[in-house]
Design a protein around this ligand. Structure first.
Ligand code: COI
Length: 365
């Protein structure tokens, strides 16, 4: 493959553009733009034929390996339209690098990170009119890789398809930034050390469904995942990383193999350190958190992720006991972090760490 900065990305425009939904009607991931980015992998050619083409269904043989053994990875990032009209990608480079980290975990051949970044820019440029402009809205970008060998043997595929689709989105939670009730699950496990927990792969999300369904049945919004061995150490919440403020310490579980290296997690830890907070990436047990909830030192708790940015936790349930956090209200630091991240994303606040990249809205055909 030639150098990623030179590899031309071809563009075939749709002849049947769709009407774009009103910003006020947007929810999460239900409508898709007019185009998609596609690139293929074969052992002979490597990754080849990067192209932007009209959005369309794939035709897959029923024996395609991804349908059977889940050799699939994805990532998720957003493009924001600022008040000045500029479209900015948030942390595109880090998302591209994480896609490769997931690829390594699933025996998928790595991609050139620059080409991945250019794929984000190319699809957003082609569909720039789809980037919504109302505050709180964004264009969600979903890069995905699937194994495409037609075979039922259990081994890594020899061929793959990389594609990027985009969806104009409103708030991830219909209720907006509002505290959620979460349930610490001691009978469902999302991931174990040595498994796939730190990869963004379909299997982790499939593994979360039954625990999530049980939490919902009990009136909670999300599951607080505990480690799979001792069922004691806090891992993640729902599909997000988890953070909490106990006394004056902000704590989040370390990247020790079972949790995702969240881009929002990383951004928030950086902001907290910039602001002089005491930040610990350390194991934190459910018992420590429940005790802090009882004695009043658990000040705030929140989830972090690309989709929702920050999701405050107002109540935590564990073994039949429920504790209210911050009186069930969004905490001051939680709100400050949300505002700070969103301010950078929309270009309203200075981007001290160079996290955003403007997208040029012309694509060479
Ligand atoms: C995120 O928080 O960005 C996620 O990973 C959720 C996504 C799978 C919809």
């Amino acid at each position: 493959m030639s150098s990623s900065n030179e590899t031309p990305i071809s563009l075939t425009r749709t002849r049947t553009p769709h009407p774009r939904p009103a910003d006020s009607s947007l929810s999460f991931g239900k409508v898709f733009t007019d185009h998609m980015f596609v690139m293929n992998y074969t052992e002979e050619k490597g990754w080849h034929d990067p192209r932007v083409v009209p959005y369309a269904p794939f035709s897959l043989d029923p024996a395609t390996s991804v349908l059977h053994y889940g050799q699939a990875i994805f990532d998720g990032l957003k493009a924001f339209r600022g008040a000045d009209g500029t479209i900015r990608l948030f942390r595109a480079q880090r998302h591209a690098e994480r896609l490769n980290k997931s690829a390594r975990a699933l025996c998928i051949p790595e991609l050139d990170v620059n080409l991945v970044r250019r794929s984000f820019e190319a699809i957003v440029a082609a569909d720039h009119e789809w980037v919504p402009s109302t505050p709180g809205t964004a264009l969600y970008i979903r890069p995905t890789i699937i194994a495409t060998d037609v075979m039922l043997g259990v081994h890594p595929s020899h061929s793959y398809t990389y594609f990027v689709i985009c969806s104009p989105v409103g708030a991830y939670y219909k209720e907006g930034v509002k505290p959620v009730r979460i349930l610490a699950s001691d009978n469902h496990v999302r991931a174990v050390k040595g498994g796939l927990g730190e990869a963004k792969t379909a299997a982790n999300y499939a593994a979360s469904l039954s625990g999530q369904a049980e939490a919902e049945k009990q009136g909670y919004t999300q599951v607080l995942w505990l480690d799979g061995v001792e069922r004691k150490w806090i891992d993640e919440v729902g599909t997000m990383n988890i953070m909490m403020k106990i006394g004056d310490e902000v704590i989040t579980p370390p990247l020790a193999g079972t949790i995702l290296d969240g881009v929002t997690r990383n951004s928030i830890l950086q902001l907290l350190r910039d602001w002089g907070h005491k930040v610990s990436e350390r194991p934190v047990s459910i018992d420590e958190v429940m005790a802090a909830g009882r004695n009043g030192t658990l000040k705030e708790m929140w989830g972090t992720g690309t989709a929702a940015v920050v999701s405050p936790v107002g109540e935590l349930g564990y073994k039949g006991e429920n504790i209210k956090i911050g009186g069930g209200q969004t905490g001051e630091l939680t709100q400050k972090l949300y505002d700070a991240i969103v301010g950078i994303q929309y270009g309203r606040a200075p981007d001290a760490h160079g996290w955003t990249t403007p997208v040029k809205v012309t694509v060479a055909a």
